[in-house]
Design a binder for this molecule. Structure first.
Ligand code: NAD
Length: 498
């Protein structure tokens, strides 16, 4: 069976630890590989190598950095299908969806290709007589990325192209559930001409994460994953004096107003709830039907959910694949059970779905639960599976209040034909990313991505302009070149302009 190694100093390496974790084929339920789990010594080696590489890489000119980034962009683009196939095989998502995630990662690389423009400083001439002031930004050093299973290419790409373009070196700890895509990405960086040690991959679990959080030479940590771990990472890395951005989980509500095109809303809700088997941090997992929209919406959702084609990710006919692991499947089925037991109406039930020829795969079919209340576990939990809960309210005010009471604040959407309602909605919800008749409002690479409340710990959103700020720190220089002909007397009072 294949063993997936680490990537340190520009080459694949087994490291010293021998613990491994199983990598499953979610479509068949069979183990397809094992991945090495780093211990603290392996992590420290990667960090030390990255710290040494920083000495040179931080001195590389902007032209040198952009030439590597442009080459990397070309290689990722050329290998898009290979990357998508690896993602589909280990995650389970369908190929077209995997290609979409690689494309969105590629767009961050393209954004990072513009680093000379992004790092241009400011200059103020003559702030005082004969004095100029200017500011510029410098890299931090070694920065670490800890990423979730659900976007094994895109989410790391939110981090490393920007961090490396800014002159940092990077240690990635990807999810141990789908680790292989990061190895191909490492090879492509090397092929693009990135010096060894600038981009490193250590696989592992909590042991590796803790070692990264405690490593003295790690200056900053970007994390994306579930809320409990995001909170933990933020606390521990902040206590160690590191800069941290920790993006957490979500419960994304889509409000459907009675004036919406219900056919359009139901089609988009179905795709946003069941695409990638609901394993997206921006998936719509709660529909909030306002007033008379409810009954009509449910009828169309029932029809649409029942016709989603579920099958293995590699089958071109599949619209939705399996869940990532057997445990994930059991957790999702448990929430459907509890919703039904706590009084929700099971409109479409995906628990017994069987995909012929893939009886042991981790499949759950699209599921719709109606009349779900805010007290039920199926509403409170981030189910992270193909389950859409529908809550009924009477007014837009109630819908906004429901969203604002929810601890998560990642994404939300409103379906309406009223500009006035949409404007009120976007101004009043306590959520970071908002869609107006757009169910999955993931910002483009040149904007920044981030939620509010329990969906993000730290001040910075990720990638885009905030990513550049996160991976750099500012210097301001105040400069004078004294002229012999115009002597300037020293003064004992606090400096003021003259
Ligand atoms: P996870 O929190 O279980 O794991 C994320 C990372 O943390 C992995 O690398 C994992 O190895 C590590 N980890 C897990 N347990 C740990 C522990 N006890 N101590 C230290 N490190 C630990 O998340 P996941 O299941 O891989 O991904 C799904 C979650 O990620 C969902 O909650 C989803 O909403 C969230 N997510 C959020 C965003 C966002 O942008 N806000 C994007 C993608 C995914």
């Amino acid at each position: 069976m294949k063993t997936i190694p680490h990537w340190i100093g520009g080459a694949a390496t087994p490291g010293s630890a021998t613990r491994t974790a199983a990598v499953w084929d979610p479509a068949t339920g069979r183990q397809q590989a094992r991945v090495l789990l780093a211990d603290a010594a392996d992590v420290q080696r990667a960090v030390s190598v990255a710290a040494t590489a920083f000495e040179e890489w931080s001195e590389a000119s902007l032209s040198k950095r952009t030439s590597v980034l442009f080459a990397f962009r070309e290689l990722v683009n050329a290998r898009m299908d290979d990357l998508a196939a690896i993602v589909s095989d280990e995650h389970g998502k369908v190929l077209s969806d995997a290609r979409g995630e690689v494309q969105r990662g590629l767009e961050v690389i393209e954004f990072a290709c513009g680093i000379p423009q992004l790092l241009k400083g400011d200059y103020s001439d003559q702030v005082s007589t004969g004095v100029d002031s200017y500011s510029f930004r410098q890299p931090l050093g070694v920065v670490a990325g800890i990423t979730p299973f659900n976007f094994p290419v895109m989410v790391p790409c939110w981090m490393h192209p920007v961090a490396i373009a800014c002159g940092n070196t990077f240690v990635l700890k990807p999810s141990e559930r789908d680790p292989s895509a990061s190895m191909l990405v490492a090879e492509l960086w090397a092929e693009a001409g990135l010096p060894g040690g600038v981009f490193n991959v250590v696989h592992g679990d909590r042991t590796a994460v803790d070692a990264l959080l405690d490593a003295e030479q790690v200056a900053a940590v970007s994390f994306v994953g579930s809320t409990p771990i995001a909170r933990y990472i933020h606390g521990r890395a902040s206590a160690a004096g590191k800069r941290v951005q920790a993006l957490g989980g979500a419960k994304n509500h889509a409000v459907v107003l009675p004036d919406a095109d219900l056919e359009f809303a139901a089609n988009h809700l179905t795709a946003a709830a069941f695409g990638s088997a609901g394993q997206r941090c921006m998936a719509i997992s709660a529909a909030v039907a306002v007033g008379t929209a409810g009954d009509a919406l449910i009828e169309i959702l029932r029809d649409r959910a029942a016709t989603v084609r579920v099958g293995p990710g590699r089958d071109g006919a599949s619209e939705m694949g399996p869940l990532v692991t057997r445990e994930a499947r059991e957790r999702v089925v448990g929430y459907i059970d509890s919703g039904a037991a706590q009084g929700a109406t099971l409109v479409v039930d995906g628990r017994d779905l069987v995909v012929p020829g893939h009886e042991d795969g981790f499949f759950v079919g699209p599921t719709v639960l109606d009349h779900v209340t805010a007290e039920m576990d199926a509403y409170r939990a981030e189910i992270f599976g193909p389950v859409l809960v529908v809550t009924r309210v009477d007014t837009l005010d109630e819908a906004i209040a429901l969203i604002n009471t929810n601890p998560y604040g990642n994404g939300t959407a409103v379906f309406t034909s009223s500009g006035e309602s949409a404007r009120r909605f976007q101004r009043e919800v306590t959520v970071g990313m908002i869609g107006v008749n757009v169910p999955i409002p993931v910002p483009m690479a040149y904007h920044s991505f981030g939620g509010w409340k329990d969906s993000l710990f730290g001040e910075s959103h990720i990638h885009g302009p905030e990513g550049v700020r996160f991976y750099t720190r500012a210097k301001v220089v105040t400069s004078r070149w004294p002229q012999v002909a115009r002597p300037v007397a020293a003064s004992y009072h606090f400096p003021t302009a003259s």
